[in-house]
Design a protein around this ligand. Structure first.
Ligand code: ZN
Length: 471
Protein backbone atom coordinates (compact mmCIF):
# COMPACT_ATOMS: atom_id res chain seq x y z
CA UNK A 1 0.00 0.00 0.00
CA UNK A 2 2.68 2.35 0.98
CA UNK A 3 4.67 1.38 -2.06
CA UNK A 4 1.66 1.95 -4.35
CA UNK A 5 1.07 5.27 -2.68
CA UNK A 6 4.58 6.28 -3.46
CA UNK A 7 4.20 5.28 -7.10
CA UNK A 8 0.94 7.23 -7.39
CA UNK A 9 2.59 10.11 -5.60
CA UNK A 10 5.49 10.06 -8.02
CA UNK A 11 3.13 9.86 -10.99
CA UNK A 12 1.16 12.79 -9.63
CA UNK A 13 4.34 14.76 -9.20
CA UNK A 14 5.19 14.08 -12.81
CA UNK A 15 1.71 14.62 -14.22
CA UNK A 16 0.41 17.58 -12.25
CA UNK A 17 2.94 20.13 -13.47
CA UNK A 18 2.19 19.09 -17.07
CA UNK A 19 -1.53 19.57 -16.55
CA UNK A 20 -0.97 22.89 -14.88
CA UNK A 21 1.32 23.97 -17.69
CA UNK A 22 -1.14 22.89 -20.39
CA UNK A 23 -3.92 24.71 -18.57
CA UNK A 24 -1.94 27.89 -18.27
CA UNK A 25 -1.20 27.76 -21.97
CA UNK A 26 -4.76 27.06 -23.00
CA UNK A 27 -6.38 29.54 -20.63
CA UNK A 28 -4.12 32.41 -21.69
CA UNK A 29 -5.36 34.34 -24.69
CA UNK A 30 -2.78 35.60 -27.16
CA UNK A 31 -1.98 39.31 -27.16
CA UNK A 32 -2.06 41.20 -30.47
CA UNK A 33 1.26 42.98 -29.94
CA UNK A 34 1.00 45.29 -32.94
CA UNK A 35 -2.35 46.59 -31.70
CA UNK A 36 -0.95 46.79 -28.17
CA UNK A 37 1.93 48.98 -29.37
CA UNK A 38 -0.49 51.39 -31.08
CA UNK A 39 -2.66 51.51 -28.00
CA UNK A 40 0.29 52.07 -25.66
CA UNK A 41 1.58 54.90 -27.86
CA UNK A 42 -1.83 56.53 -27.73
CA UNK A 43 -1.97 56.20 -23.92
CA UNK A 44 1.55 57.59 -23.58
CA UNK A 45 0.69 60.62 -25.72
CA UNK A 46 -2.32 61.37 -23.53
CA UNK A 47 -0.27 60.90 -20.36
CA UNK A 48 2.44 63.28 -21.64
CA UNK A 49 -0.16 65.94 -22.40
CA UNK A 50 -0.97 66.24 -18.70
CA UNK A 51 1.56 68.77 -17.46
CA UNK A 52 2.82 67.34 -14.18
CA UNK A 53 5.90 69.56 -13.88
CA UNK A 54 7.10 69.57 -10.31
CA UNK A 55 6.67 72.10 -8.83
CA UNK A 56 3.70 72.11 -8.48
CA UNK A 57 3.27 68.47 -9.60
CA UNK A 58 -0.44 68.29 -10.45
CA UNK A 59 -0.35 64.52 -9.92
CA UNK A 60 -4.03 64.35 -9.01
CA UNK A 61 -4.75 64.83 -12.73
CA UNK A 62 -2.34 62.08 -13.78
CA UNK A 63 -3.68 59.78 -11.06
CA UNK A 64 -7.24 60.32 -12.32
CA UNK A 65 -6.10 59.58 -15.85
CA UNK A 66 -4.51 56.26 -14.80
CA UNK A 67 -7.48 55.43 -12.59
CA UNK A 68 -9.95 55.96 -15.45
CA UNK A 69 -7.93 53.77 -17.80
CA UNK A 70 -7.67 50.95 -15.24
CA UNK A 71 -11.39 51.18 -14.49
CA UNK A 72 -12.21 50.50 -18.14
CA UNK A 73 -10.16 47.33 -17.80
CA UNK A 74 -12.01 46.24 -14.69
CA UNK A 75 -9.13 47.08 -12.34
CA UNK A 76 -10.10 49.29 -9.44
CA UNK A 77 -7.48 51.88 -8.55
CA UNK A 78 -7.67 54.12 -5.49
CA UNK A 79 -6.44 57.68 -5.20
CA UNK A 80 -4.63 58.18 -1.89
CA UNK A 81 -2.86 60.72 0.30
CA UNK A 82 -4.47 63.83 -1.20
CA UNK A 83 -4.60 65.52 2.22
CA UNK A 84 -0.99 64.75 3.16
CA UNK A 85 0.43 65.70 -0.23
CA UNK A 86 -1.52 68.95 -0.61
CA UNK A 87 -3.67 70.57 -3.25
CA UNK A 88 -3.67 68.90 -6.63
CA UNK A 89 -1.43 66.06 -5.52
CA UNK A 90 -2.00 62.33 -5.02
CA UNK A 91 -0.66 58.79 -5.00
CA UNK A 92 -2.44 55.91 -6.75
CA UNK A 93 -2.68 52.23 -5.91
CA UNK A 94 -4.17 49.22 -7.71
CA UNK A 95 -3.75 45.45 -7.60
CA UNK A 96 -4.25 42.62 -10.07
CA UNK A 97 -4.98 39.49 -8.08
CA UNK A 98 -3.15 36.21 -8.53
CA UNK A 99 -3.81 33.01 -6.60
CA UNK A 100 -1.60 34.21 -3.74
CA UNK A 101 0.68 31.16 -3.69
CA UNK A 102 3.71 33.42 -4.10
CA UNK A 103 4.37 36.94 -2.88
CA UNK A 104 3.48 39.99 -4.96
CA UNK A 105 5.49 42.10 -7.42
CA UNK A 106 4.96 45.87 -7.38
CA UNK A 107 5.37 48.21 -10.34
CA UNK A 108 6.13 51.67 -9.02
CA UNK A 109 6.32 54.86 -11.04
CA UNK A 110 6.40 58.55 -10.32
CA UNK A 111 3.91 60.72 -12.17
CA UNK A 112 5.69 64.06 -11.81
CA UNK A 113 8.27 65.38 -14.25
CA UNK A 114 10.95 68.05 -14.06
CA UNK A 115 10.10 71.47 -15.53
CA UNK A 116 11.07 72.42 -19.08
CA UNK A 117 12.70 75.40 -20.71
CA UNK A 118 10.43 75.66 -23.78
CA UNK A 119 12.98 77.67 -25.80
CA UNK A 120 15.26 74.62 -25.97
CA UNK A 121 12.57 72.30 -27.31
CA UNK A 122 11.84 71.86 -31.01
CA UNK A 123 8.29 70.65 -30.20
CA UNK A 124 5.93 71.76 -27.42
CA UNK A 125 7.00 69.72 -24.39
CA UNK A 126 3.46 68.80 -23.32
CA UNK A 127 1.99 68.03 -26.73
CA UNK A 128 2.75 64.30 -26.88
CA UNK A 129 3.76 64.95 -30.47
CA UNK A 130 4.44 61.99 -32.74
CA UNK A 131 7.28 62.75 -35.13
CA UNK A 132 9.68 60.57 -37.15
CA UNK A 133 8.71 57.45 -35.25
CA UNK A 134 9.17 59.02 -31.81
CA UNK A 135 6.77 60.19 -29.11
CA UNK A 136 8.04 63.53 -27.78
CA UNK A 137 7.30 65.02 -24.41
CA UNK A 138 8.65 65.78 -20.95
CA UNK A 139 8.56 62.47 -19.12
CA UNK A 140 8.85 60.21 -22.21
CA UNK A 141 11.98 58.70 -20.62
CA UNK A 142 11.68 59.87 -17.00
CA UNK A 143 9.37 58.17 -16.39
CA UNK A 144 5.97 58.29 -18.04
CA UNK A 145 7.20 55.98 -20.81
CA UNK A 146 8.09 53.36 -18.21
CA UNK A 147 4.85 54.15 -16.39
CA UNK A 148 2.90 53.27 -19.52
CA UNK A 149 4.92 50.04 -19.86
CA UNK A 150 3.85 49.21 -16.27
CA UNK A 151 0.23 50.08 -17.03
CA UNK A 152 -0.06 48.22 -20.31
CA UNK A 153 1.86 45.13 -19.15
CA UNK A 154 -0.57 44.90 -16.24
CA UNK A 155 -3.53 45.32 -18.57
CA UNK A 156 -2.11 42.77 -21.03
CA UNK A 157 -1.78 40.23 -18.20
CA UNK A 158 -5.40 40.83 -17.22
CA UNK A 159 -6.76 40.69 -20.77
CA UNK A 160 -4.81 37.59 -21.74
CA UNK A 161 -5.79 35.78 -18.55
CA UNK A 162 -2.29 34.57 -17.71
CA UNK A 163 -2.63 32.55 -14.48
CA UNK A 164 -0.82 34.52 -11.80
CA UNK A 165 0.77 33.04 -8.70
CA UNK A 166 1.80 36.54 -7.65
CA UNK A 167 -0.44 39.59 -7.35
CA UNK A 168 0.80 42.50 -9.44
CA UNK A 169 0.64 45.75 -7.49
CA UNK A 170 0.53 49.05 -9.35
CA UNK A 171 1.68 52.22 -7.58
CA UNK A 172 2.02 55.73 -8.98
CA UNK A 173 3.62 58.33 -6.71
CA UNK A 174 3.76 62.09 -6.57
CA UNK A 175 6.82 64.27 -6.06
CA UNK A 176 9.74 61.97 -6.83
CA UNK A 177 11.57 64.73 -8.67
CA UNK A 178 11.63 67.17 -5.77
CA UNK A 179 11.21 65.89 -2.23
CA UNK A 180 10.08 62.27 -2.63
CA UNK A 181 7.11 63.00 -0.37
CA UNK A 182 4.85 60.78 -2.52
CA UNK A 183 6.93 57.65 -1.95
CA UNK A 184 7.69 58.52 1.67
CA UNK A 185 4.03 59.15 2.60
CA UNK A 186 2.88 56.07 0.70
CA UNK A 187 5.33 53.81 2.51
CA UNK A 188 4.57 55.36 5.89
CA UNK A 189 0.80 55.28 5.59
CA UNK A 190 0.17 52.18 3.50
CA UNK A 191 2.73 49.61 4.55
CA UNK A 192 -0.26 47.26 4.88
CA UNK A 193 -0.91 47.48 1.13
CA UNK A 194 2.66 46.37 0.51
CA UNK A 195 2.81 43.69 3.21
CA UNK A 196 2.93 40.77 0.77
CA UNK A 197 5.21 42.46 -1.77
CA UNK A 198 8.46 40.60 -2.34
CA UNK A 199 9.83 42.53 -5.33
CA UNK A 200 9.45 45.95 -6.82
CA UNK A 201 10.36 47.46 -10.18
CA UNK A 202 10.80 51.17 -10.72
CA UNK A 203 13.24 53.44 -12.57
CA UNK A 204 16.96 53.21 -12.01
CA UNK A 205 18.13 50.51 -14.42
CA UNK A 206 20.19 51.23 -17.50
CA UNK A 207 20.47 49.32 -20.73
CA UNK A 208 23.39 50.74 -22.63
CA UNK A 209 23.14 51.22 -26.40
CA UNK A 210 25.81 53.19 -28.16
CA UNK A 211 25.60 53.88 -31.90
CA UNK A 212 23.00 51.17 -32.35
CA UNK A 213 25.12 48.57 -30.56
CA UNK A 214 23.92 46.97 -27.34
CA UNK A 215 26.59 46.91 -24.65
CA UNK A 216 24.52 45.43 -21.84
CA UNK A 217 21.18 45.30 -20.08
CA UNK A 218 21.20 46.09 -16.42
CA UNK A 219 18.99 45.88 -13.39
CA UNK A 220 19.68 48.67 -10.93
CA UNK A 221 20.39 47.18 -7.52
CA UNK A 222 22.00 50.08 -5.68
CA UNK A 223 22.25 53.84 -5.66
CA UNK A 224 24.46 56.58 -4.31
CA UNK A 225 23.16 58.57 -1.34
CA UNK A 226 22.58 62.25 -1.84
CA UNK A 227 23.95 64.51 0.91
CA UNK A 228 23.72 68.17 -0.05
CA UNK A 229 25.55 70.70 2.07
CA UNK A 230 25.57 74.49 2.27
CA UNK A 231 28.75 76.20 3.44
CA UNK A 232 28.29 79.61 5.01
CA UNK A 233 30.85 82.21 6.10
CA UNK A 234 29.67 85.31 7.96
CA UNK A 235 31.49 88.64 7.66
CA UNK A 236 31.05 92.34 8.18
CA UNK A 237 29.44 94.26 5.34
CA UNK A 238 31.33 97.31 4.13
CA UNK A 239 32.35 99.24 1.03
CA UNK A 240 34.33 97.37 -1.60
CA UNK A 241 36.69 100.31 -2.02
CA UNK A 242 38.27 99.57 1.38
CA UNK A 243 39.18 95.89 1.65
CA UNK A 244 38.94 94.30 5.12
CA UNK A 245 39.81 90.98 6.66
CA UNK A 246 36.13 90.54 7.57
CA UNK A 247 35.18 89.91 3.94
CA UNK A 248 33.56 86.44 3.94
CA UNK A 249 34.10 85.86 0.21
CA UNK A 250 37.85 85.07 0.10
CA UNK A 251 37.47 82.91 3.18
CA UNK A 252 34.77 80.86 1.51
CA UNK A 253 36.70 80.68 -1.75
CA UNK A 254 39.77 79.34 0.08
CA UNK A 255 37.61 76.66 1.71
CA UNK A 256 36.09 75.69 -1.63
CA UNK A 257 39.52 75.53 -3.21
CA UNK A 258 40.62 73.01 -0.59
CA UNK A 259 37.50 70.91 -1.28
CA UNK A 260 38.00 71.16 -5.04
CA UNK A 261 41.56 69.87 -4.72
CA UNK A 262 40.56 67.01 -2.44
CA UNK A 263 40.40 63.59 -4.08
CA UNK A 264 37.99 61.23 -2.36
CA UNK A 265 39.47 57.76 -1.83
CA UNK A 266 38.60 54.97 -4.25
CA UNK A 267 36.40 52.28 -2.78
CA UNK A 268 35.17 49.18 -4.61
CA UNK A 269 31.90 47.78 -3.28
CA UNK A 270 31.15 44.09 -4.02
CA UNK A 271 28.31 45.06 -6.40
CA UNK A 272 30.53 47.44 -8.36
CA UNK A 273 33.30 44.85 -8.54
CA UNK A 274 30.79 42.44 -10.11
CA UNK A 275 29.56 45.12 -12.52
CA UNK A 276 33.07 45.66 -13.89
CA UNK A 277 33.68 41.92 -14.11
CA UNK A 278 30.43 41.53 -16.10
CA UNK A 279 31.16 44.28 -18.59
CA UNK A 280 34.84 43.33 -19.03
CA UNK A 281 33.83 40.89 -21.78
CA UNK A 282 32.91 43.87 -24.01
CA UNK A 283 36.51 45.09 -24.06
CA UNK A 284 39.70 43.95 -25.78
CA UNK A 285 43.00 43.34 -23.97
CA UNK A 286 44.41 44.87 -21.84
CA UNK A 287 41.21 46.65 -20.70
CA UNK A 288 39.39 43.34 -20.38
CA UNK A 289 41.84 42.17 -17.73
CA UNK A 290 41.74 45.53 -15.96
CA UNK A 291 37.95 45.51 -15.64
CA UNK A 292 37.83 41.84 -14.69
CA UNK A 293 39.90 42.74 -11.60
CA UNK A 294 39.18 46.39 -11.02
CA UNK A 295 40.69 46.50 -7.53
CA UNK A 296 44.10 45.54 -8.87
CA UNK A 297 43.74 47.77 -11.92
CA UNK A 298 43.14 50.80 -9.73
CA UNK A 299 46.60 50.35 -8.21
CA UNK A 300 48.23 50.72 -11.64
CA UNK A 301 48.57 54.28 -12.97
CA UNK A 302 47.70 53.71 -16.64
CA UNK A 303 44.74 51.42 -15.92
CA UNK A 304 43.54 53.72 -13.17
CA UNK A 305 43.67 56.76 -15.42
CA UNK A 306 41.75 55.00 -18.19
CA UNK A 307 39.05 53.75 -15.80
CA UNK A 308 38.53 57.05 -13.99
CA UNK A 309 38.23 58.98 -17.24
CA UNK A 310 34.70 57.55 -17.57
CA UNK A 311 32.53 59.86 -15.48
CA UNK A 312 30.07 57.10 -14.58
CA UNK A 313 32.74 54.62 -13.57
CA UNK A 314 34.53 57.29 -11.55
CA UNK A 315 31.27 58.07 -9.71
CA UNK A 316 30.57 54.45 -8.72
CA UNK A 317 34.12 53.96 -7.42
CA UNK A 318 34.14 56.72 -4.81
CA UNK A 319 32.14 59.29 -2.88
CA UNK A 320 31.92 62.39 -5.05
CA UNK A 321 31.73 66.11 -4.34
CA UNK A 322 30.61 68.65 -6.91
CA UNK A 323 30.85 72.35 -6.11
CA UNK A 324 27.69 73.83 -7.59
CA UNK A 325 26.02 76.89 -6.02
CA UNK A 326 27.84 80.07 -5.07
CA UNK A 327 26.57 83.36 -3.63
CA UNK A 328 28.42 86.44 -2.39
CA UNK A 329 27.51 90.05 -2.87
CA UNK A 330 24.92 91.09 -5.40
CA UNK A 331 26.74 94.37 -5.93
CA UNK A 332 30.31 94.75 -7.12
CA UNK A 333 31.16 97.52 -4.67
CA UNK A 334 29.68 95.90 -1.56
CA UNK A 335 31.48 93.45 0.72
CA UNK A 336 28.60 91.16 1.78
CA UNK A 337 27.57 90.12 5.27
CA UNK A 338 27.61 86.52 4.19
CA UNK A 339 29.00 84.26 1.49
CA UNK A 340 27.64 80.79 0.82
CA UNK A 341 28.18 77.83 -1.43
CA UNK A 342 26.31 74.61 -2.09
CA UNK A 343 27.98 71.30 -2.70
CA UNK A 344 26.47 68.11 -4.08
CA UNK A 345 27.94 65.19 -2.13
CA UNK A 346 27.07 61.61 -3.18
CA UNK A 347 28.02 58.70 -0.99
CA UNK A 348 28.52 55.07 -1.91
CA UNK A 349 25.82 52.92 -0.24
CA UNK A 350 28.12 51.54 2.46
CA UNK A 351 29.59 54.88 3.57
CA UNK A 352 28.83 56.77 6.77
CA UNK A 353 27.44 60.31 6.28
CA UNK A 354 28.91 61.47 9.62
CA UNK A 355 32.38 60.36 8.49
CA UNK A 356 31.98 62.30 5.28
CA UNK A 357 30.96 65.46 7.11
CA UNK A 358 33.93 65.11 9.47
CA UNK A 359 36.24 64.69 6.46
CA UNK A 360 34.86 67.83 4.81
CA UNK A 361 35.40 69.85 7.98
CA UNK A 362 38.93 68.50 8.33
CA UNK A 363 39.77 69.45 4.75
CA UNK A 364 38.30 72.93 5.05
CA UNK A 365 40.17 73.39 8.34
CA UNK A 366 38.44 76.67 9.15
CA UNK A 367 35.89 76.94 11.94
CA UNK A 368 34.50 80.12 10.35
CA UNK A 369 33.01 77.91 7.65
CA UNK A 370 29.67 76.52 8.83
CA UNK A 371 28.11 73.44 7.31
CA UNK A 372 24.33 73.05 6.96
CA UNK A 373 22.68 69.95 5.60
CA UNK A 374 20.32 70.86 2.76
CA UNK A 375 19.30 67.31 1.98
CA UNK A 376 20.19 64.38 4.20
CA UNK A 377 20.88 60.94 2.80
CA UNK A 378 18.08 58.39 2.36
CA UNK A 379 18.58 54.96 3.92
CA UNK A 380 21.36 52.98 2.24
CA UNK A 381 20.00 50.96 -0.62
CA UNK A 382 21.36 47.74 -2.09
CA UNK A 383 19.28 44.79 -3.33
CA UNK A 384 20.51 41.25 -3.99
CA UNK A 385 20.90 40.14 -7.61
CA UNK A 386 20.60 36.40 -7.02
CA UNK A 387 16.81 36.15 -7.21
CA UNK A 388 14.03 34.58 -9.31
CA UNK A 389 12.97 37.95 -10.60
CA UNK A 390 16.50 38.86 -11.71
CA UNK A 391 16.65 35.54 -13.57
CA UNK A 392 13.28 36.29 -15.20
CA UNK A 393 14.78 39.53 -16.53
CA UNK A 394 17.79 37.59 -17.85
CA UNK A 395 15.53 35.12 -19.64
CA UNK A 396 13.36 37.82 -21.24
CA UNK A 397 16.47 39.80 -22.26
CA UNK A 398 18.20 36.83 -23.86
CA UNK A 399 15.10 35.98 -25.89
CA UNK A 400 15.31 39.41 -27.44
CA UNK A 401 19.04 39.86 -27.75
CA UNK A 402 20.90 36.60 -28.13
CA UNK A 403 24.20 36.68 -26.28
CA UNK A 404 23.18 39.65 -24.14
CA UNK A 405 24.10 39.70 -20.48
CA UNK A 406 22.25 41.45 -17.69
CA UNK A 407 24.50 43.11 -15.16
CA UNK A 408 23.59 44.75 -11.87
CA UNK A 409 24.28 48.45 -11.74
CA UNK A 410 24.55 51.28 -9.25
CA UNK A 411 22.80 54.53 -9.99
CA UNK A 412 24.62 57.78 -9.27
CA UNK A 413 21.32 59.67 -8.95
CA UNK A 414 18.49 59.04 -6.52
CA UNK A 415 15.11 57.32 -6.79
CA UNK A 416 12.30 56.37 -4.39
CA UNK A 417 13.71 52.86 -3.99
CA UNK A 418 15.30 53.39 -0.54
CA UNK A 419 11.86 54.22 0.92
CA UNK A 420 10.48 50.89 -0.30
CA UNK A 421 13.60 48.91 0.52
CA UNK A 422 13.06 49.93 4.15
CA UNK A 423 10.02 47.61 4.18
CA UNK A 424 12.25 44.71 3.19
CA UNK A 425 11.08 44.74 -0.43
CA UNK A 426 13.73 43.73 -2.97
CA UNK A 427 13.68 46.85 -5.13
CA UNK A 428 15.05 46.92 -8.66
CA UNK A 429 15.58 49.59 -11.24
CA UNK A 430 14.34 48.26 -14.55
CA UNK A 431 14.57 50.16 -17.80
CA UNK A 432 12.40 48.17 -20.22
CA UNK A 433 13.63 50.02 -23.32
CA UNK A 434 16.53 50.03 -25.76
CA UNK A 435 17.33 53.72 -25.85
CA UNK A 436 20.44 55.19 -27.49
CA UNK A 437 22.82 56.62 -24.90
CA UNK A 438 22.78 59.97 -26.76
CA UNK A 439 18.96 60.16 -26.52
CA UNK A 440 19.14 59.38 -22.82
CA UNK A 441 21.80 62.01 -22.25
CA UNK A 442 19.90 64.71 -24.12
CA UNK A 443 16.38 63.93 -22.97
CA UNK A 444 16.39 62.97 -19.29
CA UNK A 445 15.92 66.25 -17.40
CA UNK A 446 17.03 67.88 -20.68
CA UNK A 447 15.37 68.83 -23.93
CA UNK A 448 13.45 67.08 -26.70
CA UNK A 449 12.88 64.07 -24.45
CA UNK A 450 11.50 61.30 -26.62
CA UNK A 451 10.84 57.57 -26.84
CA UNK A 452 10.52 55.64 -30.09
CA UNK A 453 7.22 54.01 -31.00
CA UNK A 454 9.10 50.74 -31.37
CA UNK A 455 10.46 51.08 -27.84
CA UNK A 456 6.98 51.68 -26.41
CA UNK A 457 5.84 48.34 -27.84
CA UNK A 458 9.11 46.65 -26.86
CA UNK A 459 8.86 47.86 -23.27
CA UNK A 460 5.30 46.63 -22.71
CA UNK A 461 6.05 43.18 -24.07
CA UNK A 462 9.42 42.88 -22.31
CA UNK A 463 7.84 43.69 -18.95
CA UNK A 464 4.85 41.41 -19.67
CA UNK A 465 7.24 38.51 -20.32
CA UNK A 466 9.33 39.24 -17.22
CA UNK A 467 6.19 39.25 -15.06
CA UNK A 468 5.02 36.00 -16.67
CA UNK A 469 8.38 34.29 -16.18
CA UNK A 470 8.46 35.34 -12.54
CA UNK A 471 5.24 33.44 -11.76
ZN1 ZN B 1 12.57 59.68 -12.62
Amino acid sequence: MRFVHRIVGLLLLLVVPCIADAQSRSSARAVDWAAMQDEAVDVLRQYLRIDSSNPPGNELATARFLQAFLKKEGIEAVILDTVELGTGRANLYARLKGNGSKRAIALVQHMDVVPVTPAYWTVPAFSGELKDGFVYGRGALDMKGQGVAHLMALVALKRSGVPLTRDIVFVANADEELNSTGGIVFVEKHADLLRDVEYLFTEGGANVYRNGKLEYFSVGVAEKRTMWQRLVVKGTPSHGSRPTRANPVPRLVAALDRIAKYETPLHVTPGVEKFFRDISRNYPAPQRAWLADVKTALTRPSAREWILRDVYWNAILRNTISLTGLAGSNKTNVIPAEASAEIDVRLLPDQDPADMLATLKRIVADTAVHFETLLGPKPPFESPANTDLFRAVERAAREREPGVFVTSSMMTGATDRPSYRKLGIIAYGLDPFRVEAADEQRGVHGNDERLSVENVGFGVRFLYDILRYAQ
